[in-house]
Design a protein around this ligand. Sequence first.
Ligand SMILES: Cc1cc2nc3c(=O)[nH]c(=O)nc-3n(C[C@H](O)[C@H](O)[C@H](O)COP(=O)(O)OP(=O)(O)OC[C@H]3O[C@@H](n4cnc5c(N)ncnc54)[C@H](O)[C@@H]3O)c2cc1C
Length: 495
Amino acid sequence: MADGRGPGWRGEGCAETHQRLVSAGAAVNEGHKTHRVVVVGSGFGGLFAVRELRRAPVEVTMISRTAYHLFQPLLYQVATGILSEGSVAPATREVLRGQRNARVLTGDVTRIDLVDRTVTSVMPGKETITPYDSLIVAAGAGQSYFGHDEFAEHAPGVKTIDDALALRGCLFGSFELAEVETDPAVIERWQTFVVVGGGPTGVEIAGQIAELTRRTLPGEFRNVDPARSRVILFEAGPKVLAGFGGRLSDKAARELRRVGVEVRVNTKIVGVDGTGVDVVAADGTRSRVDAMSKVWAAGVAASPLGAQLAGQCGTQVDHAGRIKVEPDCSLPGHPEVFVVGDMMSLKNLPGVAQVAMQSGRHAAAEILRRLQGEQSRRPFHYRDKGSMATVARFRAVAGVGRLRFAGFPAWLMWLVVHLIYLVGFRNRLTSLLDWAVAFGTGGRSERTVTRSAIRRLQAEAPPRLGSDHGSAQPSPSGTPGRLGSSAPPTRRPPQ
Ligand SMILES: Cc1cc2nc3c(=O)[nH]c(=O)nc-3n(C[C@H](O)[C@H](O)[C@H](O)COP(=O)(O)OP(=O)(O)OC[C@H]3O[C@@H](n4cnc5c(N)ncnc54)[C@H](O)[C@@H]3O)c2cc1C
């Protein structure tokens, strides 16, 4: 009881202790009185599972590589300067502070041993082995580059706070570098933003970058006109937001074009490097788009922990690396282990927040039922509450059951739903204020771009790009400067 939390709370770092625990893992489990539930991941699946256990006579240990609960659906607003990272990623410890039966460990889970019933997690220089009686694995999914992992270096995804902050630095930093540039072609490259993937994430990012360039930044620069920036959304299929159905998907494409996004469907990305992308259209035509900023929002791959578990229990993972689970979300042959959220493959359920929340809660409820002596296993039934995506300010699309909404009513629904599900009153309040500023005035409160972010961008640029700083001659303040002559010969700002 070294930490006063009762037996079974084990976080010691020394190698001998680990050895002892591993070899004695099963025995430790048998001798323990209070039922120990370990939850891997602090996303939607993990957090909702832990909360469901708040009044249960169990000891819960949540282990996650991030010390925060991330509200991923609003990450793009962190990246585009609307919300602060704190608003969408409250510290998990703070969220669970009042839940006395729960403990939070930060660490990367590297191994789950189904025989010894232990979870190994690692912090730099520190390894912890935590035994469990029941386990809920909710480690989510990362980005998939469809076999082209080399694209990741130049076209990062937006899955984590680090990704969002890096993208923010890239967006705002690009304009700083364009402002001191003299070569029109180079300016155009800094002012071209490529978004890959026409699903909800890609659509939301592209829409917000366009609004940033058309509503927020104009008037702030003297050498470049942000409103002349190009924002290009590439989608390999025939439509953006294909999952929303034809009518909504067409409306979304129209709305994107209205705010200034070039929507290129039926176009595949076949190459990505530091200065642009190579694309192939449906008719086989290959072309090149020069762009320093590229964002990847296409495809997901479940956490590799899924394949590790599948290997141990002789089941399979699907094409996205999700593990096939039993109808009650447990692992075949291991009723004490549940896999939920983006990691699970069950009845073709989509990788969305509601599936993660509901399956996390279901797994926790199943553990409780069994502790109460119930022998039967209840299958997981998903209640589809609909889906929505914002396209631009005051514009969204939403599908709830058979109903379809677009425009302002859908945007209002989006606003209310996101306010409800954001964790914590303070975050709801600050987000509401930030939205009032962003949508009401066009201003954005989170625009800090650090020197290191600019240095990173310069490092990405070909040597010539970074070499002539100081030689640029911005026009005297207040004049249109070189816009007429050297601004990129691109499209007009939207009317
Ligand atoms: C940019 C973006 C926008 C989205 N927009 C929407 C939307 O509008 N609507 C919607 O319904 N869904 C949306 N989604 C999908 C939704 O966010 C996911 O379906 C949901 O977060 C899945 O929850 P999860 O708990 O399974 O995984 P996650 O929320 O991804 O949580 C996984 C957790 O596991 C931790 N973890 C991962 N690996 C390890 C490891 N090895 N060791 C320890 N911890 C680990 C992570 O740190 C994280 O805490 C969006 C996703 C993204 C990325």
